[in-house]
Ligand binder design. Structure first.
Ligand code: M6R
Length: 595
């Protein structure tokens, strides 16, 4: 959460940094700010709200200077206001920092620094970093030396960029939070993520943990200590070129990233069907030899884990556990070198899932990351990496990454069940073909009509059994986060065990089913209908009690891939009808890199 970006070069830093932040907005968007240093001093500007409005203010001010840092915030400490927006400054305003992460000992440091005479201007944990640097300099250290002392002083996670009015350089360091540097021609773009600088350069360096780097017009160097003296080293981590086009991170003519990404699923699935089986071949023996297998993930990725649990039970005939990342520590004791942990994560940066991978490795377990972040922290940590072939996903809501995760798990399942590749290839191709129909203009029009009926509903219930329960969970999450609708997913067999008490006249209830589940769904839907519920069915044919129906044909093992598509569209259309921004749901950020 929070995006940080900087620039060092010979162009005007301010507009470049604002553009870089704009491409990081998926990491947080409640407030933003920049600091630019030039030969006259430090220009700092912050604002609550959108980067588009901020850009206008920056253009009007047109600060000179070709060295700067910026931040787009997702609040963790302190409410959303201008005081708490980054950059944060030292008391004398000579030092500016931006930070992503959480400083666990900030309260103690704040007391200590206040005692030393520092005055705080915000309620954030991050501000202590500016004052620690200032205190270090006051105590006689150079700015760089004070920066290198941060790992001894800070507990928690951080990606930090720091600047001093007295030197036209940016210092960079990370621990537990992502930070990369884009390397252009005589210019440097430190940032939380690659899309930030992609239109400028595709050459990137990943920073190791707790190493300090200095970026200046003369180059990028690693800071090292010889005794108490700071020396500059030229031995940088190896750079690599990323294979992402600037178009892949633009809306490409669509109104929102979310709809672009929903419609992108057919081509992503095609790439996956063609590219993934070879890679999966390598990890199938690892899974086969494991005594126990655990799937771990958060949010939508956790729902994919649950799908994996049903799939392994029914297709592979093996018990696996699906565990939500933030609960992993309660299960970690059970792991040893006979265990395999499969971490699912779109970003590869979700802190709790990363922690789960670390815990698993500490206990000797093998780890497999299934991630869209092929170069992410998780991908670099895990022993095996299976990419999602989905391309960048920038809307906060996970859509194409979810269906790709399900497809990868289906391939795992088929591999372990020793079935012929065609046994899974066929349903995946079937799902691929169905995606075209489900995303056609006619299908979207029909879904829009269903969305219109949901307008004004205070809540909606979604039910399904077995793997359809997973679809209910995922559809409910989409409706909650994107369209702000209270959506409760229930296991189809659980309605009579309490929830029926909530059904009133007109309560919308969405049922997911396939041919096999159709008779039991028919009964459950009719029980709800007789208590006043309005029935929306999602399956191969309408139920006798359906008020509205969305047709989704069975696609065997791949049915959950196709069934979720109209629900993604429903959430998107409902958000639009409610004049909400589907790409930027309230209070959320895409990448949860804090606890
Ligand atoms: O990047 P990850 O898959 O690890 O992210 C996990 C969740 O934060 C994510 O799925 C979140 O729930 C999405 N906003 C759901 O649409």
């Amino acid at each position: 959460m929070c995006g940080i970006a900087g620039y060092v070069g010979s162009r005007d830093a301010a507009p470049l940094i604002v553009d870089c932040l704009k491409r990081l907005e998926y990491r947080g968007y409640d407030s933003c700010g920049i600091a630019v240093v030039d030969s006259h001093g430090m220009f700092v500007r912050k604002s609550v709200g959108s980067l588009d409005a901020f850009r206008e203010a920056i253009e009007a001010a047109s600060p000179a200077g070709s060295v700067g840092i910026g931040h787009t915030r997702w609040a963790t400490h302190g409410k959303v206001d201008q005081r708490n927006a980054h950059p944060h400054l030292s008391c004398d305003g000579s030092i500016a920092i931006v930070h992503n992460g959480v400083i666990n000992n900030a309260d103690r440091l704040r007391v200590q620094l206040t005692r030393e005479g520092h005055t705080f201007a915000s309620d954030t944990d991050s501000e202590v970093i500016a004052h620690l640097l200032e205190q270090g300099v006051k105590d006689g250290a150079s700015f760089e030396r004070a920066f290198l002392a941060l790992p001894e002083q800070l507990l928690g996670t951080y990606a930090v960029l720091a600047m001093s009015r007295d030197s036209e350089v940016v210092l960079a360091m990370r621990k537990g939070s992502p930070l990369v540097v884009g390397i252009g021609d005589g210019e440097y773009f430190p940032a939380s993520d690659i899309p930030s600088f992609l239109p400028n350069t595709s050459r990137v360096v990943y920073l190791g943990e707790n190493e300090g780097f200095v970026l200046s017009r003369n180059g990028m160097e690693r800071l090292d200590l010889e005794g108490d003296r700071v020396v500059h080293r030229a031995d940088l981590p190896a750079s690599q070129f990323v294979n992402l086009s600037p178009e892949s991170i633009s809306k490409g003519g669509f109104e929102h990233f979310m709809i672009k990404e929903i419609l992108d699923q057919a081509s992503g699935l095609e790439r996956l069907i063609q590219g993934a089986p070879d890679l999966i071949g390598d990890v199938v023996p690892v899974l086969r030899d494991a005594r126990d297998i655990i799937f771990v993930g958060a949010g939508t990725s956790y729902h994919a884990c649950l799908f994996g649990e049903y799939l392994f039970a029914s297709v592979v005939r093996r018990h696996v556990d699906a565990i939500v990342s933030s609960d992993f520590e309660h299960h970690a004791e059970l792991l040893d070198s006979h265990s395999v942990v499969v971490a699912l994560s779109q970003s590869g940066e979700t802190l709790d899932t990363l922690e789960a991978v670390r815990m698993a490795q500490d206990r000797g377990a093998r780890t497999i990351a299934v991630t869209n972040g092929e170069l992410s922290s998780m991908a670099r940590l895990a022993q095996h990496v299976i990419p999602l072939f989905a391309g960048p996903e920038l809307a906060v809501a996970a859509t194409k990454s979810y269906t790709a995760q399900l497809a990868i798990l289906a391939l795992f399942g088929e591999g372990l069940a020793n079935q012929r590749p065609s046994a899974v290839g066929r349903p995946l191709w079937q799902a691929h073909d169905a995606l075209f129909n489900l995303t056609s203009e006619a299908a979207r029009h029909h879904t829009r009509e269903v969305a219109r009926e949901l307008l004004g509903a205070p809540a909606v219930f979604l039910t399904g059994r077995g793997r359809h329960y997973v679809t209910a969970l995922e559809a409910a999450l989409k409706l909650k986060e994107v369209a702000g609708l209270r959506a409760e997913a229930l296991h189809g067999g659980e309605m009579k065990h309490g929830t029926l008490a909530l059904i009133e006249d007109g309560t919308p209830a969405i049922h997911f089913f396939d041919e096999q589940e159709s008779p039991r769904t028919e009964v459950a839907a009719s029980e709800l209908k007789s208590r006043g519920a309005r029935i929306i069915s999602v399956g191969p044919r309408p139920l006798a009690s359906s008020d509205q129906h969305i047709r989704v044909d069975d696609a065997g093992i791949a049915t959950p891939i196709v069934q979720v598509i109209p629900m993604q569209i429903l959430a998107y259309e409902l958000a639009k009808l409610k004049s909400m921004d589907p790409d930027r749901p309230r209070n959320l950020a895409k990448s949860v890199t804090v606890p």
